[in-house]
Design a protein around this ligand. Structure first.
Ligand code: GTP
Ligand code: MN
Ligand code: MN
Length: 610
């Protein structure tokens, strides 16, 4: 094993991958951990680590009769969400990070980070987690190695990705490239210093170096900031790999829809964080004869297949889902998966019998709980029991409705792509794009009111292109051009149809204009029937919306007039919307693809004639 293996810290290294050994050594020298531990991913190891986390007070073991082998974690109240203000894309040139990202020159940022990471693992264990995003037997497996000083991260990464010995062995055998992903809580322990249940640092930095494809994350233990295979790798870094290699890394769910005639359709959908991906992916249809199965709930990698078709895979192995609003009424499939155990919950409330609860889980609110901050809670309390961005982390294999195609490295051919956001007004329940490019226009102007999934104000309208605003690892205009150029290589006949959806429109009395959740199957049915040329639509300036009678309302207490209201294109609202899109596009400067500028001009003309 050469010189490196002689060093005491590395003598038990289970690999001869020279690049990996060199990096591990470099990080150990910088961060000064007490020990290095190579994660093998075994059950036995997981038991040991979670036992240690329970002893340390980081995890609370749940009642095994309710949730076997499951744990709750409670974060520092200042470490509950992704920190977009502190997320950086450090490309060599500022221009390549684009206007949607924070940027700092790589050399300057590295110097800053070296200062922060210097000695940051003192008194702690440095865990080395080999992982692969997507299939280990894919044509070109996407490897990563996360170094972290958090055992909570190890236990969570084990759910979210394929990790451990099998991955490391194949990486070593093929001397494969891997994304080095370095994470530290930034909370060194001095001799004799007592630990806290959730160590973290008020100074947080989530940094990506796109050219060298590396990640440095400091100060936060929260999933989106700390489980580096997920947002940091499978979206931000992967989006850059995808740009260079001719594919797409997207913030999308994938589902399989089977019609009463047993015809199969695969649909992906991009909605911003906390806008309904996990719920749609696990949909329980309320219409007879239509079946939904899941392939993914958050991240989709897409490439053009051999016949010019657009193929999609899910690179993740688990769900990291928003807990509040996930309930037996709204999402029974998620609830069944969670109830099988093997899950880690973060910032939910605890029931008195050792289970978990969050707003919306059950209709009946428990008489007494311990809230996410450890306080006694009753229904009279004025604060929610669970944090609005509390999460469940559960293996995807526990979903009963998981489609077998999830396990296929080739993925599935998409028939439709949905873009959607959270809009109280303006955007109809569903609109079919006029063409593929018109659909990209819809995606590029996607907008949503902000949620608790990211730190900052909630309910503010922002544009979120393809729901990727916080995750595009390069210039946003180049990203839109890349969408156009990748699809330019597809067989136009095989390109999916694009739809814009909005489950969150309100009526004049303030209620939701559409019941949502399982009833969204009715919208999927309409979309498929449009693709098959069977459903009626009304042409509006923005695209095709359902004719009142064309949406299946069987069993619903809704009239066609309701539907007409939910799909209304309001001239006044759209005048304001066009002005806002104009402002949004201005931010791209020269980088905006010409084809999209033309789409906007054409929309303005159609709207003027409306
Ligand atoms: P990330 O995992 O953060 O990327 O978010 P997500 O897109 O998976 O969001 P999720 O499915 O977890 O939904 C978040 C919130 O949206 C929850 O509070 C849900 O109750 C609510 N929601 C989801 N689908 C619907 C719907 O069809 N109608 C309404 N009204 N609310 C919905
Ligand atoms: Mn997400
Ligand atoms: Mn989700």
């Amino acid at each position: 094993m050469g010189d490196l293996a002689q060093k005491p810290l590395l003598e038990k290294a289970p690999t001869t991958h020279a690049g990996l050994l060199a990096w591990v050594e470099e990080v150990a020298e910088l961060t000064q951990p007490d020990r290095i531990y190579w994660v093998d991913g075994s059950e036995e190891e997981n038991t040991r680590l979670t036992d240690e986390l329970v002893a340390a007070g980081t995890l609370t073991r749940l009642n095994p009769e309710l949730f076997p082998n499951s744990f709750a974690a409670f974060s520092d109240p200042a470490d509950v969400a992704r920190v977009e203000e502190q997320t950086f894309i450090c490309s060599e040139n500022k221009r390549d990070a684009g206007f949607t990202n924070n940027w700092m020159a790589p050399a300057e940022m590295k110097e800053k980070l070296r200062g922060l990471f210097s000695g940051s693992m003192r008194g702690r264990t440095m865990y080395v987690i080999p992982f692969v995003m997507g299939h280990l037997d894919a044509e070109d497996p996407k490897y990563g190695v996360e170094i972290t000083d958090s055992a909570y991260v190890v236990a969570s990464m084990r759910i979210m990705a394929n990790i451990g010995t099998a991955v490391l062995d194949k990486m070593t055998e093929t001397n494969a490239f891997f994304v080095p992903a370095l994470h530290s809580l930034g909370a060194p322990l001095e001799a004799g210093q007592a630990d806290v249940p959730w160590p973290c640092n008020p100074d947080k930095w989530i940094v990506h170096f796109p050219e060298e494809r590396s990640i440095w994350s400091f100060g936060s233990g929260y999933g989106g900031n700390a489980l580096l295979g997920k947002k940091c790798y499978a979206l931000r870094i992967a989006s850059v790999m995808a740009r260079d290699e001719g594919w797409l890394a997207e913030h999308m769910l994938i589902l399989k829809l089977t019609s009463p005639e047993k015809k199969k359709y695969y649909i992906s959908a991009a909605f911003p964080s906390a806008c309904g991906k996990t719920n749609l992916a696990l949909l329980d249809p309320t219409i007879k004869g239509w079946e939904v199965e899941t392939l993914g709930d958050d991240i989709t990698w897409m490439r053009i297949g051999k016949e010019g078709e657009l193929r999609a895979t899910n690179p993740e192995a688990g769900l990291f889902g928003v807990a509040p609003g996930t309930g037996w009424g709204t999402n029974p499939n998620a609830m069944r998966a969670i109830a099988k155990g093997h899950s880690i919950f973060t910032n939910v409330a605890l029931t008195d019998d050792g289970g978990v609860w969050w707003e919306g889980m059950t209709d009946e609110v428990p008489a007494h709980l311990t809230d996410w901050q450890g306080n006694s809670w009753t229904p009279d309390s004025d604060k929610p029991a669970a944090h609005p961005n509390s999460r469940f982390c559960t293996p995807i294999s526990q979903i009963d409705m998981l489609a077998e195609e999830y396990y296929s490295p080739e993925g599935v051919e998409l028939s439709a792509i949905l873009f959607g956001g959270r809009r109280k007004t303006t955007v109809p329940l569903v609109t079919q794009a006029r063409s593929w490019t018109n659909g990209i226009f819809m995606g590029s102007t996607l907008s949503s009111e902000t949620t608790a999934a990211a730190a900052g104000q909630v309910g503010v309208l922002r544009r979120d292109p393809m729901a990727m605003l916080p995750f595009i690892g390069y210039d946003a205009g180049d990203y839109l051009k890349h969408w156009i150029s990748v699809s330019g290589k597809a067989n136009p006949e095989r390109l999916p149809h694009i739809f814009l959806v909005n489950w969150f429109r309100r009526t004049a009395d303030g209620g939701f204009a559409w019941p949502g959740f399982g009833d969204n199957a009715r919208v999927l049915k309409w979309a498929i029937e449009r693709i098959e040329g069977k459903a009626d639509a009304i042409e509006t300036p923005i695209g095709f919306v359902p004719a009142g009678h064309s949406l299946d309302l069987t069993g619903l207490d809704l009239t066609h007039a309701h539907v007409e209201d939910a799909v209304r294109v309001d001239r006044e609202e759209w005048d304001a919307e066009l002005a806002s899109i104009e402002e949004w596009y201005a931010k791209f400067g020269d980088s905006l693809p010409e084809a999209l500028r033309s789409e906007l001009d054409a929309l303005k003309e159609r709207m003027a004639d409306h």
